[in-house]
Each structure stands twice: as structure tokens, then as C-alpha cells.
Design a protein around this ligand. Sequence first.
Ligand code: AMP
Ligand code: MG
Length: 351
Amino acid sequence: MNLNNPFKYNPKTQFILRAIFILGMVLLQLTGCRSKIAVRPVQKMKIEMGTFVQISIYDEDKSIDYVQQAIDRSFHEIERIDKMASNWTDDSEVALINEKASTDTITINPELAYIIEKALYVGKISNGAFDITVSPLIKLWNVTDTMATILSHDDIVNAMKKIGYVYVSLKNNKLVFSQNDISIDLGGIAKGYAVDQGIKVLIEAGITDALINAGGDFTALCSPLTAGKRKVWIKHPRQRDQLFGYFKMDNGSVATSGDYERYFEVDSVRYHHIIDPATGYPANKSVSVTIQAKSALMADALATAVFVMGPEAGMKLVNSLDGVEGVIIYFQNKKLEYIVSDGLRGKFIKS
Ligand code: AMP
Ligand code: MG
């Protein structure tokens, strides 16, 4: 049974809804997982990778022109990664891989190989909770804030035959799928890599104090000017415009995966964009997962993985990894609960 969106929109209405959705994400970003500081930065915001990306530079010893050029170069790099790894355009390198790679081996761009290799690593340590081959289900569920396709058991069983990160083999930039119909979706990791690359460009330009925030996935670079002053705020997953709590961070990356960013409700059931590869349904053990890691790529992938794993297995994984911390918010007996990793104990301050 395919119970599609009960509302049918013409293209113009769809465009307006999309614009409202994007504006909604700005509000999420402004009130959500963010960093607060007193020093006034040079800032620029653009829509990239389907979200608002903001670059803020706090260095005081450089001219505004110089800083603005560095910001533009950083945006350029983020756009480059998006073009390479996007799931939404037909001509990205990932789209071409999905078209060409099957059981034939193909040689891929080393940068893309790096991202896929890290994704496969997170797939392994999360016991398959993070799975870049989950794309058939992503496409079928097709969750946006205005619709979701309610799948039948048969739809899910059929789609799950085309899923399994273990069917992806990568060695020396050579990629092969050991089963037909496998395709990859880097939506749970590529945004993090784009932030890492954006920061790399800023560092190369001599910037010492900066923040790149890509819709809640961000990296902070700290100098003595801001040391001890940055707070990472986690958005309340159920009360719009409320903050759940914060922890302090000087240098590092943070990503949040939540069921409140892109979802659609049918008969009080929430359908959202993070799929549990074990069940084929949107993952339901967590409502919000914030991960701190040394790179935005790792924070991004682990946030998605731990979201699927849920508080128990997810926190066990976080605590087992060096340089990784996290906050998991979840429901228990219809009450919102949270747990923090060992390293954030006493440091996470609840609002
Ligand atoms: P994030 O917002 O970082 O949690 O990423 C969500 C995106 O990752 C989705 O829009 C999909 O493109 C992709 N995705 C969804 N479920 C999974 C999963 N279990 N493993 C890997 N990627 C996923
Ligand atoms: Mg992610």
C-alpha cells in the first residue's frame, strides 16, 4: 500500500513550501545547536548543501577585505564538495558512481574514496547502523516536511534486498559493489567533510579563530581571544525556540542528528529522514544526538550512527572512541530523558 502525501501541490506552491522550510531551518539554526560569543565576527551566510551555511571569523588583526576573501574561498571549497558528493543532482560524482558502479570495478576520485572509506569504517563500528547503501529506502520513504510515502511491508522487504554496506569494497581508489542494485548516499557524512575542508581553507589563509556552521554541523577554531568563551547549545527537540542545554568547546567539531529537522506525521507517527537499516523504518530509539569529535566528518557520521543505535548501544560506542563525546536525548515511558558521555559528565549544563 502506498499512502502518498494526502496533499498535492502544484510546482509554485511546492517552491513556496520549500522556501518556508528553508526559513524554518534558519530559525532552527539560530535557536539550535550553536556557539555563543561576545566578540563581533565578520560573517557570511549562504545556502549550500540544502541548508544555511554560516562562516564567522573572529581574528582581529586582519583587514575585512582579507577576511572576506578567505570566507569566499572557504565557501567555494564547500560548494566543490557539495558538487562532488551531493545526492540531489544527477551530475555529481556520487550520482555517476551510482550509475556506473555495479559489479564492475571503477576507479574513483581519491577524495571521494577517503569519504567512503570513513563511512565504511563508521558502518563497521556501529554494526551497520550507519549504512551509506540505505539510499533505496531514503528514496522510497521520500520524507520532507510536507510529505512522506508510507511504505508497505513488501516495499520494505524488497528495498532491503538492495542494502548492505558490506557489499561495498574499496581498495586503492577502486570501488566495486559485490551485488547488483547497490547505490550509495553520503547525506549522513558529506556535510561534515565539507565543513572540514572549509576550515582547512581558512587555516591555510592564516585564520586562527573561526566558526563554520552548516545547519548545526560545525567546527570551531579557537585563539586566546575566544578561549573558554564558546558554548555549544543543543536545541530542544520538542519545544521550538527552546534550548536543551550546553557544553563549552574551544576547538573541535560538533554535529547533531535529530528527528525534528525533516519529518512528516501521519496518524501521530513521525516519519523522518534517518533510516534504521535493520528495520527499514525511520529510526525511533533517539530524538536528538549531538556528537563532538576531532573532525566534522566523524561528528556527522557518528551523530547519524548513534541516532540509529539509540541511547544504550550508542553511548557505549561513543565512550569507546578516543576524542569523541556526545549527548543523546530519547524518550523513556513518554518522558524526554538524556545521557551524556563520560567526558561531558559535569560539563553539560541542562537549560
Ligand atoms: P544526518 O542529518 O547527518 O543525520 O544525515 C541524514 C541523512 O543521511 C539522510 O538524509 C540520508 O541521506 C542519510 N541517511 C539516513 N539514514 C542513514 C543511515 N542509517 N546511515 C547512513 N546514512 C543515512
Ligand atoms: Mg550525520
